[in-house]
Write a protein that binds this ligand. Structure first.
Ligand code: EPZ
Length: 422
């Protein structure tokens, strides 16, 4: 087990490269199951979740190799599916494992996938995934914690109206629809950039998809998909996290490869809070020269609204704001576990149901705190960067799921931060 030690008060100065998106590469890796030809991916982030997905896909017969001289290039090859069961031991480690369901069903007509179970931030049901696949002719039975899905005559195109714009459900149904017989129309689809990236990869594999990124996606099924090469889109949550790091420390950072269009909803809030945001070619420059940000309300919404995955990080920034901020979490039922840890650092936050009222303070102070989930853990780093004195963050394995070399990237911009064995 590792912990992070940091000493706050240094305005960050310099540049940080933004890696490939975790939440794009996970479904795209699963999409490799849809073809027996090689798929080469570039800009793949080196994350614990990517390793977990690789391990799961290898149990289905996929080979996943680091190829070329690039550390971030993978080549997937699934000549045949050797096993139709996604085992509980692997699925329980990462909910995104459920994304093998659609591809297995589409390619083989059968899949047995462990129910992912909940996690720290909520129950995380998959009912919308299953309803959509049933609409495409799958017979689904839940038994002893597993999803048993069959489509012996293959999936057929269906009209799938999602009760809510679920990212995972949209992805599972989109992947299944690429090999279904006929047209599938997904309405109330999720619109996240990661879905657009998945659709771009599937299209390069020969899928016929229209409307990815909008609320209605049309897919014409094809008999087979072929191999392809794809570069994973930049990670907008990593981008937003480091944008907030610049703001909270009163520094200036150039975020390399971070297209502002990916985080317009956050940028609007940062500008409202008095932070300077400028595009520099393909990069994004964030500056907050001295002075505290102004308190700004935020409510998480499906894309293009304010991302739930940046809620904890934005809350850290509002903890030192000049004024108050009401932060409402409308996507997950339990995503305020960072509040009590921020409170240990002197933050003034009161939670009523799905809303947290943050009253900004002049300075936070360092403390020993505990990471509880991926985005909460990075929000504690952000708070520690701005706090007076030393902060110690335990259970940082959560961080490794979604942030590549976060301590190195921050140290390179002047942060006093190190990662040590607990
Ligand atoms: C994806 O999770 C992301 N994960 C999450 O990022 C992100 O927070 C979430 O989308 C929302 O943007 C990946 O892409 C791997 P949802 P997902 O299905 O697909 C309810 C991170 O930190 N729901 O859009 O699981 C669900 O309970 C992670 O990187 C149902 O009720 O999110 C939740 O309240 C955390 N039934 C809401 O919808 C379903 O069948 C949004 O879930 C599916 C979802």
């Amino acid at each position: 087990m590792h912990k992070i030690l940091l000493k706050g008060g240094q305005p960050l100065q310099g540049s940080i490269p933004i890696g490939g998106a975790k939440n794009a590469v996970l479904p795209i890796l699963a999409a490799g199951l849809l073809t027996d030809e090689p798929v080469t991916l570039d800009n793949v982030p080196d994350l614990a979740d990517v390793h977990t997905m690789k391990a799961l896909l290898e149990t289905h017969g996929m080979t996943v190799e680091r190829t070329g001289d690039r550390h971030h290039r993978l080549t997937l090859s699934t000549k045949a599916i050797s096993n139709h069961t996604a085992d509980y031991e692997l699925v329980r480690k990462m909910r995104a494992s459920v994304l093998v369901l659609g591809p297995l069903l589409a390619r083989e007509g059968i899949a047995k996938v462990s129910l992912p179970g909940g996690c720290a931030i909520g129950q995380r049901p998959v009912d919308l995934h299953l309803k959509g696949l049933e609409e495409m002719g799958a017979e689904i039975v839940l038994e002893r914690g597993y999803i048993h899905a069959e489509a012996r005559d293959g999936l057929r195109g269906g009209q799938v109206a999602l009760a809510m714009p679920s990212v995972g459900a949209t992805e599972n149904i989109l992947m299944a629809a690429t090999l279904a017989k006929g047209e599938t129309v997904i309405t109330n689809a999720a619109r996240e950039p990661e879905i657009v990236d998945l659709a771009a990869c599937l299209t390069s594999m020969g899928a016929l998809i229209e409307g990815a990124g909008s609320a209605t996606i049309r897919v014409q099924g094809v008999p087979t998909l072929h191999g392809a090469k794809h570069r994973v889109v930049a990670d907008r949550i990593e981008l937003g996290t480091y944008a907030i790091a610049a703001a909270i420390t009163g520094g200036e950072l150039k975020l390399i490869g971070g297209r502002s269009a990916l985080i317009n909803s956050l940028i609007e809030k940062l500008v409202e809070a008095g932070v300077m945001v400028t595009n520099d070619g393909e990069d994004l420059v964030i500056a907050c020269k001295g002075g505290r940000p102004i308190g700004v309300d935020a409510m998480t919404q499906p894309y293009p609204g304010f991302p739930t995955d940046l809620q904890a990080q934005f809350m850290s920034l509002m903890c030192i704001a000049d004024g108050a901020a009401m932060i409402t979490e409308s996507i997950f039922e339990n995503r305020f576990m960072h509040v009590s840890e921020l409170g240990r650092m002197g933050a003034k936050i009161t939670v009523h149901g799905g809303s947290a009222l943050v009253r900004g303070v002049e300075r936070l102070h360092g403390a020993q705190v505990m990471a509880t989930d991926l985005r909460a853990s990075v929000s504690l780093i952000l708070a520690g960067l701005a706090a007076e004195g030393e902060t110690e963050i335990r259970r940082v394995y959560h961080l490794d799921r979604g942030y590549e070399k976060v301590d190195e990237k921050l140290r390179g911009c002047g942060a006093v931060i190190e990662r040590v064995k607990e």
